[in-house]
Ligand binder design. Structure first.
Ligand SMILES: Nc1ncnc2c1ncn2[C@@H]1O[C@H](COP(=O)(O)OP(=O)(O)O)[C@@H](O)[C@H]1O
Ligand SMILES: [Mg+2]
Length: 238
């Protein structure tokens, strides 16, 4: 770490617990990033920062807070996912598994051709992701109504269908978790994505379809939840 980096790093120290701090140092030593630049979101469970690599590339760091995230809620959600039903009930293993699941979901989605931030590294509660944006981070769909609305909607439905074919449901899809870059949608925030074999999968897919239908209808591209459902599953919604 250079002198300036060290100074900057100190200002974030208060935010992180020791375990996280050590992991940040290890990820830096491995060259995943060189300097944390600025916080871009403070969510319920995670802090999201931009960081810079030695070569000037910007990356995203998503850190699940070990101390203050609601791991009991995470535990309840994880256990409903058939892939993670036997997760141990300890704070750390739940949070690490939660981060692992997001990483794995992103990887699968990416391999299927869905536009998502490429996951680049994971260490316990810390994810390093591709940065979506240019000078500034790409806006969320809620803050930026694309010109080609129908095209964006079709892409979103195509991605939802691809996820379904992978045996996954996003589970938290809405105008808040879709970024728009060059008029293309990017799906983000896969921490809730579950197997479609899970007991809550139908409910999650219904909610995702409703959110997309509601938002696009609001911005003047009318569509019904049932239409989206049928395009994704090939079946009538019952
Ligand atoms: N890869 C990314 N590129 C640019 N901005 C991002 C990226 N990932 C997350 N963000 C920004 O950070 C915010 C929070 O990230 P998200 O993964 O949705 O976490 P949370 O679980 O806190 O909602 C997003 O709404 C978005 O504005
Ligand atoms: Mg989010």
């Amino acid at each position: 770490m250079g002198k300036i980096t060290k100074e900057k790093f100190k200002t974030y120290k208060t935010v992180f617990d020791e375990w996280t701090e050590r992991n940040i140092a290890k990820l830096m030593a491995q060259g995943h990033f060189n300097e944390i630049l600025s916080p871009i979101a403070l969510g319920k469970e995670a802090n999201v920062f931009t960081a810079e690599k030695k070569d000037g590339t910007i990356v995203i760091i998503k850190i699940y807070r070990l101390e203050t995230c609601d791991f009991n809620r995470m535990y309840d959600y994880l256990r409903l996912d058939v892939r993670y039903s036997s997760v141990k009930h300890s704070r750390r293993s739940i949070i690490f598994t939660w981060a692992q699941r997001e990483y794995r979901n992103l990887m699968k989605a990416r391999e299927k051709g869905i536009r998502v931030p490429t996951p680049m590294a994971i260490r316990d509660n810390i994810l390093i992701l591709e940065y979506i944006g240019d000078d500034v981070p790409a806006p969320k769909l809620k803050d930026y109504v694309p010109k080609a609305r129908r095209k964006v909607l079709d892409k979103i439905i195509e991605y939802m269908k691809k996820l379904h074919q992978l045996g996954l449901v996003h589970g938290d899809l809405s105008e808040f978790n879709i970024l728009i870059k060059d008029d293309n949608p990017y799906f983000i925030d896969f921490s809730q994505s579950s197997s479609i074999e899970s007991s809550t999968a139908k409910e999650l897919l219904e909610r995702d379809c409703k959110n997309i239908a509601r938002f696009f209808t609001k911005i003047g591209t009318e569509i019904e939840m049932e239409t989206i459902w049928k395009k994704i599953t090939g079946k009538e919604h019952v």
